[in-house]
Design a protein around this ligand. Structure first.
Ligand code: NAD
Length: 337
């Protein structure tokens, strides 16, 4: 692999535990000989007028140029006159789909050991369009926006994902019996795209029934695609099925095929700087980035090394009931590699 030209990828180590778990990713990638060259960008300490946020214009340009990146957690600075970092990234890079693989980690016991599903959340509209106002005193209104363009785009991504990742079925999650126009349009778009993928089974499941089925038997699902609000809730529900936010990776897909992977958790200020953080979520996010780049061999090797280390149980961080530091756990993964 040393003969291949390195692929440049943007790395935002982020705040709090971010730099510690980003160091873990860099070490594991080096050990596995992954042909990635990181372009590191930190969040600035003042507002960049060009982005109206603490994210620099250069860092956004870096993601646009490279098309791939990995993002650590970013603390939301308290104060006025700037946009939230995550919102800025989502808007500026047009990150329209949030993809979360959720599978049981062998050796880490939870209520279920057969979870293997993917949630794909529309990330730009729905109830999160930010269109809320007061009609008269005591009456407020929030607009839920669903467009054909965004629905087709996320549905297309879901079916393409299913096809390229050996998945058999896509379930569209909705409440079209009540939200007839909005969710109705979302479903219509999913059906249209489904016709182009006859080899992938397609079904529609009402959100309330979906929740019941997920907690009763998560193995009933394969790939789930849904509008923004449902995706926000269901994806956390699914994270809970496999052991929590410390283990769950995600990847944001943007315009022009941009992939920005990120852990689901925050900057964990309570344990920052103590070499205690669990790097698993960020490492598995980095694995989703490798899969996006179709570096399947590297992705498999790293994922196996992480899962084997956790399953072996000798080195685990405190959140998983162990007493290993971030660096000891990372070294153990590298030994498995
Ligand atoms: P958090 O996820 O940072 O922490 C919640 C709890 O989980 C803490 O006890 C923490 O120690 C623990 N935890 C989280 N990740 C862990 C890991 N990898 N290993 C071990 N333990 C871990 O949530 P919070 O405290 O609500 O938020 C802290 C900051 O992070 C806030 O500024 C918030 O805005 C930000 N945040 C950012 C993102 C993001 O960048 N995507 C997401 C959520 C929160």
């Amino acid at each position: 692999s040393s003969a291949t030209t390195p692929i440049r990828a943007t790395l935002f180590p982020g705040d709090g535990i971010g730099p510690e778990i980003a160091a873990s990713v860099k070490q594991v990638f080096r050990t596995a000989d992954v042909p990635i060259e990181w372009e590191e960008h930190y969040v600035g300490d003042e507002i960049d007028p060009r982005t109206q946020s603490f994210l620099t214009w250069e860092s956004l340009e870096s993601v646009r140029r490279n098309g791939v990146g990995l993002k650590g957690p970013m603390a939301t600075p308290i104060g006025k006159g700037h946009r939230s970092l995550n919102l800025t990234l989502r808007k500026e890079l047009n990150l329209y789909a949030n993809v979360r693989p959720c599978y049981s980690l062998p050796g880490y016991k939870t209520r279920y050991d057969n979870v293997n599903l993917i949630t794909i959340r529309e990330n730009t509209e729905g109830e999160y369009s930010g269109l809320e106002h007061q009609v008269v005193r005591g009456v407020v209104e929030s607009l839920k926006i669903i467009t054909r363009q965004a629905s087709l785009r996320v549905a297309e991504y879901a079916f393409h994902y299913a096809k390229t990742h050996g998945r058999e079925r896509v379930s569209a999650i909705h409440k079209a019996n009540i939200m007839q126009k909005t969710d109705g349009l979302f479903l219509k778009c999913c059906r249209e795209v489904a016709k182009k993928y006859p080899e992938i089974k397609y079904e529609e499941v009402v959100i309330d029934n979906c929740c019941m089925m997920l907690v009763k038997n998560p193995a009933l699902f394969d790939v789930l695609v849904m509008p923004n609000l449902y995706g926000d809730i269901i994806s956390d529900l699914c994270a809970g099925l496999i052991g929590g936010l410390g283990l769950t990776p995600s990847c944001n897909i943007g315009e022009g095929g941009i992939a920005l992977a990120e852990a689901v958790h925050g900057s964990a200020p309570d344990i920052a700087g103590k070499n205690m953080a669990n790097p698993t979520a960020l490492l598995l996010s980095a694995v989703t980035m490798l899969r996006h780049l179709e570096l399947q061999d590297k992705a498999d090797r790293i994922q196996d090394a992480i899962l084997n280390t956790i399953a072996e149980g000798k080195y685990r961080t405190a959140d998983l009931g162990g007493s290993s530091s971030t660096t000891e756990f990372t070294d153990a993964i590298c030994d498995h590699l």
